[in-house]
Each structure stands twice: as structure tokens, then as C-alpha cells.
Design a protein around this ligand. Structure first.
Ligand code: CMC
Length: 393
């Protein structure tokens, strides 16, 4: 038909049917494949949740062991990829590097380009991505320091191996603080999927042209980078530091956020779907207190965050608009306590979101969804008389 319904930002348009993640924004409910996020964060490892999102069920011990072993076989990245790491200026943003490096996997593993892969071939493409992503992320960090890279240790679990490659000094270092491991497991689980958000929709949109998995995920990483999406976790810490350095007057910054002539927004506040609270923020707030407590860290930025949260939650502007702290409000404080530099925060979000993106890409393929192609309402010129170049003013 000639009629097009306009829904800018897709606020009320369903783009797909999905059996992966359930989200109720009014009630603050989030479930992966029917399991409550609170329970998964408390009882599961990130790898179990990755399996759940990608394959549909929590793994048995045998399935989990096989999944872990399969991933361990592929954690090395091609040595030629090191030339890319060397080529980036040391100050280049890790998200730009990550997006490029993940896309380049399609060059190293060209079998991924076949859009008619069998289920087993497709699974190997998926496993390689899960395995190599941690190595790539750790090496981006090592290169930013000018340090030698640490090779993967295949006897370590997924999260421990990542932390060892990131914070270890030698490949054989295996002393990973269990506080770090459990905090990272929780953070990754909370970020692992969030139905049709901007980056996930991007992955599905790019994949709908039958583009390969690596390029589709690379596009998702780019979408995540923006400060209104995953980039918010970096923006939150930068904002809290700015407030602290400015004397810590939170009321002044609340007023700036309310001022419609001021572009400043309270980063880490508000959500397109959650209108009562973000269930992930509740879990993260507690994890944040635990980590700082266990590591004996007294971070003045946390005090600013708590003051800001309390002030906003009792302010009619935020109450009327149903603006609550979102997942990114506290995650940066934990990442900081663990020793990650600010520009790595969004990369950590990407690492956590990877199984969700993969699961959604796989579901879209399995359901044989059509190519994504929104329509528009044209508001440009109608027919104009053509003017020759020499006659144009
Ligand atoms: N500070 C001040 N005012 C805000 C904020 C904020 N953080 N968020 C929304 N508003 C106001 C907005 O100005 C508008 O007011 P009015 O109706 O008077 O024009 C009203 O609230 C509705 O906002 P909206 O921009 O129409 O809502 P949206 O659903 O398009 O945007 C959002 C959602 C998350 C982009 C937005 O709340 C925001 O920019 N938040 C800050 C960035 C952030 O924390 N992003 C992370 C989101 S959660 C993790 C993730 O997705 O990656």
C-alpha cells in the first residue's frame, strides 16, 4: 500500500518475533530465555549464560565442558592480526579498534562469508568469535600501554583467561583475584542481552542482508559506541569526575540537566523501555558496594554518584519523566575499581553483549527473516526544472 506509518526511533514498532529476552519496562522485569536476571546473576557463570542465549537452554555439565573446550581451541588470533594492533596510534579509542578488528576476522576466516553455511559450520564461526573476542580486547589494552601481549591460557575459564591476558604480566600468570572474576561474571551477565536495542537491531539489520557474522557484530560494536547507548558508561564516570572537580555541587548539575537550553543530560539516567527502575541497576549497585568493600577502596566518585541519584529521584523533573539510574550508572565505578581505564568501559560492555548479539543473529537466520528495509515519509522537493551547470547561480 502507499501508506507509511511514521515511528521515529521505533518507539512503538516491533521489528521481529524473538524467543530470547523478555523485558517488561513498567514492572522492571528482565529474563533471558525465561530465567530471571536476578537468579542468573547470582547463580550462573557468564559462559553458562552465553550458552543459554545462543542455544536456548542452560547447559548440562557435559555440554558446558564441551563448549568451554571448543572455545579454548580457538582463543589464539592469527599472528598477522598483530600488525593491525601495531598500526593503530596508541591513543586511538578501543571501540574503533575493536569494531575494525572484529570485521577483519572475516578476512582471516573467509568460510564465514558463505551465507549458506551448515549449522555446524555456522557454529564454528560463532565459537571462533566468542574465543577470539577476549584475546582481541585484552591485546587492545596491552597495546595501549605499550606492553607485550599475553597469550591465552587454555586451562583457565573464559573470564579468568580474559583477566589474565589483561592484567597478567606473563602468560603463565594465573593468580587472578576471585573478587575480580565474580564481579566480571556478574557485569557480563547483566549486559549479555537486552532484546531489540540499538546495537542488537543493528546486528540483525546488517545480518538480514545475509552479511557474515563478523561484519554484522562489528556494526553492532559501532552502534554501541555512542554515548546514548553503551558509551554512557564512559560518559558517566567522566561526568562524575567533572562534578567532583567542580566542587561536588550536585544540585547545580541537576539543574543543568533540567535546563532545556542546556544540552547536558544526566548520563546513566533514563531508559527507552524501563519506566520504573532498571533491574540491572539494582544488582549492579549492590555489586559495586561489594567490590569496593572487598578491595578496600573508598572512591569519592561513588559518593557523588549516590548524592546525584538521591537528588534526582526526589526531583519532580526526573520523577514525572520516569527517569531512573540505568545499568551504566554504576558499572563504570566497578570497572574503575578493578583497574580498567575509562576508555575500555564500552569495550567491556561489548564483550558482555556478544552472546546476545550472536544469539539474535542466529535466531534471525534460523527464522529466515526478510531483509530489513524501513520506509520513509518523503518531505523533499517535488519536481524541479533542471538548470545547466553554466546557468546555475
Ligand atoms: N537527563 C535529563 N533529561 C533527560 C534524560 C537525562 N539523562 N533522559 C531523558 N531526559 C528527558 C528528555 O529531555 C525528555 O524531556 P522532555 O519530555 O521535556 O523533552 C524526556 O526525558 C524523555 O526523553 P527522551 O530523550 O525522549 O527519551 P528516549 O527514550 O528517546 O531516550 C535515553 C532514552 C536513554 C537515550 C535517554 O534517557 C538518555 O539520553 N539518557 C542518558 C544516556 C544514557 O544513560 N544512556 C544509557 C542507556 S542504558 C544502556 C544502554 O542502552 O546502552
Amino acid at each position: 500500500s502507499g501508506f507509511v506509518t511514521l515511528d521515529s526511533g521505533y518507539k512503538n514498532t516491533g521489528a521481529t518475533k524473538s524467543a530470547i529476552t523478555f523485558l517488561d519496562g513498567e514492572e522492571g522485569v528482565l529474563k533471558y530465555r525465561g530465567y530471571a536476571i536476578e537468579e542468573l546473576a547470582e547463580k550462573s557463570t557468564f559462559l553458562e549464560v552465553a550458552y543459554l542465549l545462543i542455544y536456548g537452554d542452560l547447559p548440562s555439565q557435559t555440554q558446558l565442558d564441551a563448549f568451554q573446550a571448543d572455545i579454548s581451541k580457538h582463543t589464539l588470533v592469527h599472528e598477522d592480526m598483530k600488525k593491525f594492533f601495531d598500526g593503530f596510534p596508541s591513543k586511538s579509542h578501543p571501540m574503533g579498534q575493536l569494531s575494525s578488528l572484529i570485521c577483519s576476522l572475516s578476512a582471516f576466516y573467509p568460510e564465514s562469508l558463505n551465507s549458506r553455511q551448515t549449522a555446524e559450520e555456522q557454529n564454528q564461526t560463532i565459537i571462533k568469535l566468542l574465543a577470539k573476542m577476549t584475546t582481541v580486547v585484552s591485546w587492545i589494552y596491552k597495546k595501549s600501554l605499550g606492553h607485550p601481549v599475553i597469550y591465552p591460557q587454555n586451562n583457565l575459564g573464559y573470564v579468568s583467561n580474559f583477566l589474565n591476558m589483561t592484567f597478567g604480566q606473563r602468560t603463565e600468570d594465573v593468580e587472578i583475584d576471585p573478587v575480580f572474576v565474580s564481579a566480571m561474571n556478574v557485569l557480563f551477565i547483566l549486559h549479555a542481552d537486552h532484546e531489540q536495542n540499538c546495537s542488537t537491531s543493528t546486528v540483525r539489520m546488517v545480518g538480514s542482508s545475509e552479511c557474515n557474522l563478523y561484519a554484522s557484530i562489528s556494526a553492532g560494536i559501532s552502534a554501541l559506541w555512542g554515548p546514548l547507548h553503551g558509551g554512557a558508561n564512559q560518559a558517566v564516570i567522566e561526568m562524575l569526575e567533572q562534578i567532583k572537580n567542580d566542587g561536588g555541587d550536585t544540585d547545580k548539575w541537576i539543574n543543568k540537566a533540567k535546563d532545556k537550553n542546556d544540552p547536558f543530560r544526566l548520563m546513566g539516567f533514563g531508559h527507552r523501555v524501563y519506566k520504573n527502575f532498571d533491574p540491572r541497576a539494582k544488582i549492579i549497585k549492590k555489586a559495586c558496594d561489594d567490590v569496593l568493600d572487598k578491595l578496600g577502596i573508598d572512591d569519592p566518585v561513588l559518593d557523588i554518584a549516590k548524592k546525584l541519584e538521591a537528588a534526582a529521584l526526589s526531583d519532580p523533573y526526573f520523577v514525572e519523566r520516569k527517569l531512573y539510574p540505568n545499568v551504566d550508572f554504576y558499572s563504570g565505578i566497578i570497572y574503575r575499581a578493578l583497574g580498567f581505564p575509562t576508555d575500555m568501559f564500552t569495550v567491556l560492555f561489548a564483550l558482555g553483549r556478544l552472546p546476545g548479539w550472536i544469539g539474535q543473529w542466529k535466531e534471525m537466520r534460523e527464522n529466515k527473516e526478510p531483509i530489513g528495509r524501513p520506509r520513509q515519509i518523503y518531505i523533499g522537493e517535488t519536481l524541479r526544472d533542471y538548470v545547466e551547470l553554466k546557468d546555475r547561480k
